[in-house]
Design a protein around this ligand. Sequence first.
Ligand code: ADP
Ligand code: MG
Length: 686
Amino acid sequence: MTVGMEQDLLKREIRFLKGVGEKRAECYARLGITDVYSLLRHYPRDYIDYSAPAAIIDAVPGETWVVKARVFKKGREQRIRKGLSLFKIFVTDDTADLTVTIFNARFAAEALKEGESYFFYGKVTGNLLRREMNSPQILRVVPGAAMQPVYPLTEGLTNKMICTNMEQALFLLEGWRGEPLPLEIRKRYRLCGLTEAFHNIHFPPSHLAQEEAKRRLAFEEFLTLQLGMSQLKRRGRRETSVLIPAPDFSPLFSSLPFELTGAQKRCIAEGLEDFKSGFPMNRLLQGDVGSGKTMVAAALIYAAWRVGYQSVLMAPTELLAKQHAETLSALLSPLGCKTVLLTGSMTAKQKAEAREALASGSVPLAVGTHALLQESTAFRNLGFVVTDEQHRFGVAQRAKLVRKGEHPHVLVMSATPIPRTLALMIYGDLDISVLDELPKGRKPVETYRIGESKRERAYRFIAKQLDAGRQAFLICPLIEENEELRLSSVEEYRKKVERDYLPGYVVGVLHGRQKPAEKQKVMEDFASGRLQALIATTVVEVGIDVPNASVMLIENAERFGLSQLHQLRGRVGRGAEQSFCILVSSHRGEENRRRLEAMCRTSDGFVIAEEDLKLRGPGDFFGERQHGLPRLKIADLVQDTRLLTQARELAEELLSNDPQLSAPEHHGLRQLVRELFRQAPEGGSC
Ligand code: ADP
Ligand code: MG
C-alpha cells in the first residue's frame, strides 16, 4: 500500500508545490507539466558548470565565463533615467579584478555581502586591463552542487523558479520506490536507479554523475520507444489470404541486358518469403541511387501478376511516375503484363479509362501519383502495393492505398540511404531490405569543389564533354515557394549560360512551375539528346534517368543538404562513361567546407547520410515529423547509437517472453510505454 501512496505523491498536481499558484501552474501546463512526476521529467537542456571557474585573468573578453570572486567594494545605486538604475559591484579573485554591473535589481545587489565569495556567470566585456560583466547570473558558493541546470522555459517561468520547485520535487522522492526498470536489467547494463538519476540530472554534483544519470534516462527512453514500436508491429500483424509463390523468373530475367546484383537477388528473395508467409509484407527497400530498386519491384510485381494479383506503384512526382511507368512497361508488357498510368495532369477521359481498366482487372499494374489515392480509384484484386518515396508519403497516405486491397503486401522504396540504426527507429513497423551493392562497372562520379572564380574553367570543361557527345545538368538552387524570384533568376541564368558559358550549344530549362506537359517535353528532349545541357532546379532530384549525361554542375552548392546533393549527383554516373560533378560554392563556412568535402571524398550514400546526420541532426534530416515517432526528451539518436542497439535487443528479449508486459516486474515499463505513446501523433503501423 505504501507504494501506492508514494506514487500518489508524485501524481500530485503541480500546485501542491510551495509557491505554485494558479498562474504558475498555467505556465507549467504550457510545458506539459501538470504534476510532480512530469516536473521531474522536465530535464535541463544545458548546465552552467561551476565546478571549474576560470581565473579572472584568463577570462578573455567577448566570451561567456564562470568566475568565482570575492566582493571587495559595492557602489551606490546610480539612477540613469526614470526606470533605469544600476549598481556597480567590484569583485576579485586575486588574479585580477572584475566590475560587475547589475541593472534595476536593488534587491539582488543588496543581497551581496562585502568579503563574501560568489559565482558570477556571464559574458565578459571591456578589455584585458579592465574587465566587466553586465547582469551576470550570481550564485552563492554552496558545497556540493557543481553544475546549475538550465531548463527549457516559457513566458512567466524563470529558471530560478523551476530550480526551486525542482528541489521540492526531489525532496518528495525520498523513500519513493517507483523504479520502472527491473533490478536484473539495471545490473546487466550497469544503470543507476531512477531516484538517483533524477537527483543527478537536475543538480549534478559532478560531470560523471550527470553522465551516468543521462545514460540511465536515455536507455530507459530508448527501451520504452522500442517496446512500444515492437508492440505496434506485433499488433499490426494480421493474416492475409494473398499468397504468392515464387514464379519461374526466366522469361523476365533472360530479357535483361545485365545480370542482377547479389543484393538485388537477396532483396527479391526476402520479398518472396513475405509473399508466401500468409502475413502481409511490410518492407522497406533501401538502396542508394542507381542500386536498381526498380528491378526488385518489377520482379515482385511479375510474381504477383503470374498468379493473378494486381499491383500498384505510387511515386511522389508526375515525372517520376511517368518514368517508372515506362521502365516497368518496357520490362513487363512484352511478357503480357500491361501497365496503366494515372496522374493528375491526365484528361478526365484518360483518367476514367485508366480507372475502368483497374476496376475491371483488365490491367494488372497501375503506376501513378497521388491521383491513385482518390476514392474513385478501385482495383479488382490488389495484391501488392509499392511506394517510391523519400519521406514524402505519410503513414496515412500509404494506409489509404493499402485499403484498396484486402491486406495486400506493401513495399516501401526509399532512395535516401538512412543509417541502419535510424531506419530501424523510423520505420520500426517495417522489415528492412538493403541494396548495398551497385551494379557492376559503375564508376564513382568524380566530384570537385570550386569557388566562383573557377566557374568559367568549369564551363570550358563542360563544353568539351558536350563536344564529345555527352550531356550536362546545370543545377540552380532556387526556392520553390518564391516563384517570382525563382523564375527571373532561372531565365537570367539561362541567358548567361547561352551567351557567355555555352554559346552555340542547345540548352533547355526545367523547373517546378512549368506545366506538366512542358516539363515532359523538356525531359524527353533531354533524354533523346536534342538538348545538350539542361538547366534545372531540384525537380531532377528524384529518379530521372539519362545515362548519357556525364557531368553535373551545381551552383550555390552550400544551399543543399548533403543527402540532397547526393540525390542530385545520382543523376549522373548512370552510363558507362566516367562522370563528373562540380560543386560551385564561394561560401567560406567551416561546416560548409566539411560537407562539400565529404561529397568529394565518398560516393557511398550511407556514409554521406551518417555525415549529414552528424552535421544537421535527425530533425533536419527527416524534415517534417511525418514518421509518427514520439519526441525524445533526452536520448540522442545520433550520439547514443550503442545504447539504442542495446535497448532494441533488450526490448525484443522482453517481449518474446512477455508480449503484453503483464508480469508484475514489467508494470513500470508498461506504464512508461503508455505515457510515451499517448503523446505520439499516430501509431507507426499501416
Ligand atoms: P534506383 O531506383 O535504385 O535509383 P534504378 O532501378 O532506377 O535504380 O536503376 C538504375 C539503372 O541501373 C537503370 O538504368 C537500370 O536499368 C540499371 N540496372 C538495374 N539493375 C542493374 C544491374 N544488376 N546491372 C546493371 N544495371 C542495372
Ligand atoms: Mg529509381
